[in-house]
Design a protein around this ligand. Structure first.
Ligand SMILES: Nc1ncnc2c1ncn2[C@@H]1O[C@H](COP(=O)(O)OP(=O)(O)OP(=O)(O)O)[C@@H](O)[C@H]1O
Length: 121
């Protein structure tokens, strides 16, 4: 299919709103700073240990998984703040489950990093 100027501007708009969302999430939530520092440390270790291309892929997928989980968690938190700012145990459960998704992604990523690090030492 031909890429028309209107298609291109629609895609440009999609990238623009997604990038704006990313910047907003990082600006408003400190958790991203922690994940960012961890990601930089992992990338620095991977460069120092001269990891294989497939190991790079696994590490990048793990980092992406954590950041994606944190973005969904942040989106749910922001939605709750707008739609239901009052305390409610049912809302609390939803937020706890979203936080659990970040925990699972982070622990999995840490195990992946440890396994790759162990095989290289
Ligand atoms: N409206 C609410 N009703 C019930 N419990 C809530 C509500 N808002 C927050 N909580 C409880 O507080 C916990 C922390 O929620 P909060 O949205 O403050 O995340 P946070 O600690 O600020 O996370 P982050 O650092 O990612 O912003 C939730 O997991 C939930 O248990």
């Amino acid at each position: 299919m031909m890429s028309t100027p209107s298609n291109r501007s629609r895609w440009h708009q999609k990238f623009r709103v997604a990038f704006t969302g990313l910047v907003e999430a990082v600006r408003m939530h400190n958790s991203f700073h922690v994940h960012g520092v961890m990601a930089i440390l992992v990338i620095a270790a991977a460069i120092t240990l001269n990891v294989q291309p497939w190991q790079w892929c696994v590490l990048i997928l793990s980092i992406g998984g954590v950041l994606t989980a944190e973005l969904f968690n942040t989106a749910i938190e922001e939605l709750v703040r707008v739609l239901h700012p009052d305390a409610d145990p049912r809302i609390g459960r939803v937020l706890d489950i979203a936080a659990a998704a970040v925990l699972v992604a982070s622990v999995t990523a840490a195990i992946v990093g440890l396994v790759i690090g162990y095989t290289l030492c």
